[in-house]
Each structure stands twice: as structure tokens, then as C-alpha cells.
Design a protein around this ligand. Structure first.
Ligand code: SF4
Length: 85
């Protein structure tokens, strides 16, 4: 299980989450080339340790634990994972 970034992140990409993640699981970071090409950020489910720090600082409440992702955002579980494949 992992945390998942969902639709409210689109067009926002505030990246507070990037700064608090202890395992660098959230990409692209603002200092990575792909940052300008994406409309939202993604959590690598293989690296996330489920600490919840990112969800606490997200200004648009876009981040949920995988088990708590709202029905309308379920597809983002796969969308986050796909970014890292
Ligand atoms: Fe990083 Fe913790 Fe968020 Fe997982 S829950 S992406 S480890 S800050």
C-alpha cells in the first residue's frame, strides 16, 4: 500500500509534498526536467513508506492513503504507479 496523489493536484503542483517526503518517493521534483511537462505529481508506490507527511501538507487535499482514495479518484492509484513504469 502507498499514498496516492489525485485530481486536485492537476495544474497546482505546489510541491510541498516533495519537500517533506523522507524517502524521495514523489516525482517529478521541481528540480527535475519532467516537472514542466506534467500537470500533476505522482507517488512511487514501491518507495512510499506510508508515513502520511505529504497528505498533511498538501494545500489542495489531493493526497490519500490508497485504502482511503475516494471513489471518483480510484483511477489515480494506477495513474501514479504508471508514471514510474
Ligand atoms: Fe513520501 Fe510519506 Fe507521502 Fe509516502 S506517505 S509519499 S513516504 S511523504
Amino acid at each position: 500500500m502507498a499514498y496516492v496523489i489525485t485530481e486536485p493536484c492537476k495544474g497546482v503542483k505546489s510541491a510541498e509534498c516533495v519537500n517533506v517526503c523522507p524517502v524521495d518517493a514523489i516525482h517529478p521534483r521541481p528540480d527535475e526536467p519532467d516537472f514542466e511537462n506534467v500537470d500533476m505529481l505522482y507517488i512511487n508506490p514501491d518507495e512510499c513508506i506510508e508515513c502520511g507527511a505529504c497528505a498533511s501538507v498538501c494545500p489542495v487535499n489531493a493526497i490519500f492513503h490508497e485504502a482511503d482514495v475516494p471513489e471518483e479518484y480510484q483511477q489515480y492509484i494506477e495513474i501514479n504507479a504508471s508514471y514510474f513504469q
